[in-house]
Design a binder for this molecule. Structure first.
Ligand code: ATP
Length: 382
């Protein structure tokens, strides 16, 4: 079958609701075959953006191109894009078979072709046993798959999905996630997928677009947005627990640029930044050396006289000094929380971390894993 070009180009797309700028001058290139995830907190404009792409909402400004066609004002049904709704929108009185085949019957395709395609789609989505049932006789997850099947059978240029997994229980959500990733790989179609769930985004996306207040905060591969967050917003949105974000000041200590705050002293790489107010970003799982520290002392062991015991002429020993307040057992891993100058700092690693509630901990920081953000703008420095 002839494949339509499914590159979607969004240019300066904007949508107001009264005084609210739900989507604010968004430009994006969605490549053919991308699994693009629109990610962000509630109210950041994900659904509004998706609905404009789908043709369900008129933009206040900007343009949407599908290949070289301007589809900005085209009715939804002429866009060759299939929207899969969270609320499923299945016909309650029709069987699974007829729900899936509905778009083909509407397009008056031959009966044998409809039967074959419905069977194909039902096989792919493991719905073969359920073809005779009606939506009320299905679980949430099964209804979800029927909704997907109904989109799939139309063979659209791209699938648009708005939180399609949010009504599923945790186990089924994980399974359906894997299924969707596999489906994307098999179909090689463009998926545009809305979620506020970072795990869904990180595990399925080829590209993630982080939205904040209707604007694109960062677009990149899951690895890029996780490893090089463009802003404090992105850094604090991703990760479990998210990146520790600690206000500090960069000072020049005898030629060494050093990030300094109460309980924190991290010598930085040459040229890291001029002296200024920053936010230091430390991922709980990789910013701390959890094995032996430089001198061979186990990191995280109690320092009998507290942080002061390690103080040298230049100030406290490099790293972070705090008091362990909580240790959470996650099964294979642990998360420990330390109070560092009144701020909660999380670290995460294989269990046991060797930290005990109430002890003074000196944490050695892996300087290659330090992220710096300008405190005023929140943007990444580098
Ligand atoms: P959620 O994850 O909660 O669905 P979202 O990121 O999808 O959020 P949108 O639903 O796109 O966000 O909403 C973006 C902003 O636009 C919000 O401030 C919302 O209140 C507002 N908004 C959305 N739809 C309307 C509407 N029909 N009328 C007025 N304001 C709206």
């Amino acid at each position: 079958m002839e494949r339509l070009v499914a590159e979607i180009r969004i240019e300066g797309l904007t949508r107001y609701f009264g005084g609210v700028r739900a989507v604010d001058d968004v430009s994006l290139d969605i490549a053919d075959g991308d699994f693009l995830v629109l990610l962000g907190p509630s109210g950041c404009g994900k659904t509004t953006l998706l609905r404009m792409i789908a043709g369900l909402l008129e933009p206040s400004g900007g343009r949407i191109m599908l290949g070289d066609r301007d589809i900005t004002h085209l009715p939804a049904r002429q866009r060759d894009l299939a929207m899969v709704f969270q609320s499923y929108a299945l016909y309650p009185h029709l069987t699974v078979e007829r729900n899936i085949g509905f778009p083909l019957r509407a397009a008056r395709r031959p009966r044998a072709e409809i039967a074959r395609q419905v069977r194909d789609v039902a096989d792919q989505l493991e719905l073969g046993e359920l073809l005779g049932r009606r939506p009320r006789e299905l679980s949430g997850g099964q209804r979800q798959r029927v909704a997907l099947g109904r989109a799939l059978v139309r063979d659209p240029a791209a699938f648009l999905m708005d939180e399609p997994l949010s009504n599923l229980d945790a186990k089924l959500r994980t399974a359906t996630r894997t299924e969707l990733t596999a489906l994307h790989r098999t179909l090689r179609r463009t998926f545009v997928y809305v979620t506020h769930d970072q795990v869904e985004a990180m595990s399925m996306a080829t590209r993630v677009v982080l939205l904040n207040g209707g604007r694109v905060e960062q677009a990149g591969t899951p690895t890029e947005v996780y490893d090089s967050p463009a802003s404090v917003f992105v850094a604090g949105f991703l990760g479990a627990p998210p990146m520790n974000l600690l206000p500090a000041r960069i000072e020049n200590h005898g030629g060494t640029l050093t990030a300094v705050a109460e309980g924190l002293r991290i010598p930085l790489w040459p040229g890291a930044s001029e002296p200024r107010d920053v936010i230091v970003g430390l991922r709980p799982e990789n910013a701390f050396q959890l094995t032996a520290a430089g001198a061979g002392a186990p990191v995280g062991t109690a320092s009998p006289a507290g942080a002061g015991a390690r103080t040298s002429a230049a100030g406290p020993a490099p790293g972070i000094h705090g008091v362990v307040t909580t240790v959470e057992n996650l099964g294979s891993e642990e998360v420990a929380w330390c109070d560092v100058g009144g701020q909660a700092v999380a670290l995460r690693g294989p269990r046991p971390l060797g930290l005990t509630v109430g002890e003074h901990a000196h944490l050695t920081v892996n300087v290659s894993r330090v992220h710096l953000f300008d405190r005023a703008s929140g943007r990444r420095l580098e």
